[in-house]
Design a protein around this ligand. Structure first.
Ligand code: F6R
Length: 261
């Protein structure tokens, strides 16, 4: 696992955007995993700017979303499909239908979850997966206690996550759906490169636990310690509780110029 303590959100976004740009140049048909929430928003701004400048194209690429709420009307602005459309898909040149998410309107949601994993596999798997982290250590919506080998499935959110996400629903916790469809930890671990972005002191304990704590279903993101190519990008506040912070800074300062993320 590579941990990089960046100066600020812009630097985190720039590093993640650069990794996607390098991928798209070497593999125009790349499959990218997209996260929702506030953490990747500055990354999506940078990708849109790079596309506008003619530096990158998603025309041949595909994307898969991490997760989706169950129970919101299809046109709800906070439905993750709509968020992804607004924040990134509509701002770059993905082909129609190239961005997929769990089918939250399917008559059989459990079957739709199985089909979603199959669709990722049929696309060749995810090359680079963008991740955020919940204050309880969740990645996608794999809440504490999630099976470390779980597949895409329906989960119930923790009250902590409902409270965290109420900010997207005018602070109204009652308006936040309690159920979601989410890629499983086993699904996420099959992506070839994981890039996690975390900012702010509210993420510091989760970052400490998933990077330096024991691998445990109680801190689901800790499964990333088993991934052969995982990058954790944090700002100083999110990295404040890391025991090896000085080492991560030393390693980054001495990173060979030929080595990308
Ligand atoms: C969203 C997702 C979640 C968020 C996490 C952090 O697709 O998978 O795991 O990444 O809840 O959310 P923010 O970035 O809003 O702090």
């Amino acid at each position: 696992m590579e941990v990089i303590i960046c100066e600020n959100t812009q630097q985190i976004a720039a590093k993640a955007a650069e990794a996607i740009a390098v991928l798209l140049k070497s593999k125009p048909r790349a499959v990218i995993g997209l996260a929702t929430g506030s953490s990747p928003l500055s990354l999506y701004d940078q990708l849109a700017a790079m596309y506008q400048a003619g530096d990158i194209s998603f025309a041949q690429a595909k994307a898969f979303m991490l997760d989706e709420y169950i129970g919101l009307p299809p046109d709800h602005p906070e439905g993750y499909r709509n968020v992804i459309e607004r924040e990134i898909a509509s701002r770059v040149d993905f082909a129609p239908g190239a961005v997929q998410g769990p089918d939250f309107q399917a008559p059989d949601l459990a079957k739709a979850c199985v089909e979603y994993d199959a669709a990722i596999k049929a696309a060749g798997g995810i090359d680079l997966q963008i991740l955020g982290i919940g204050s309880d250590g969740h990645i996608a919506f794999n809440e504490p206690g999630s099976s470390l080998s779980s597949r895409t499935r329906i989960k119930t959110l923790l009250p902590q996550t409902v409270a965290d996400n109420a900010r997207f629903f005018d602070g109204d916790e009652a308006a936040v759906p309690k159920h979601v469809m989410t890629q499983g930890l086993g699904t996420i671990m099959e992506a070839r490169h994981l890039v996690l972005m975390a900012m702010g002191s509210g993420k510091a304990e989760a970052i400490r636990q998933i990077v330096e704590g024991p691998v445990s279903a109680m801190w689901p993101g800790s499964i990333m310690q088993f991934h052969p190519h995982a990058t954790v990008l944090v700002d100083p506040a999110a990295g404040a509780k890391l025991a090896l912070a000085d080492y991560y800074r030393f390693a980054d300062a001495h990173k060979p110029s030929w080595e990308s993320l």
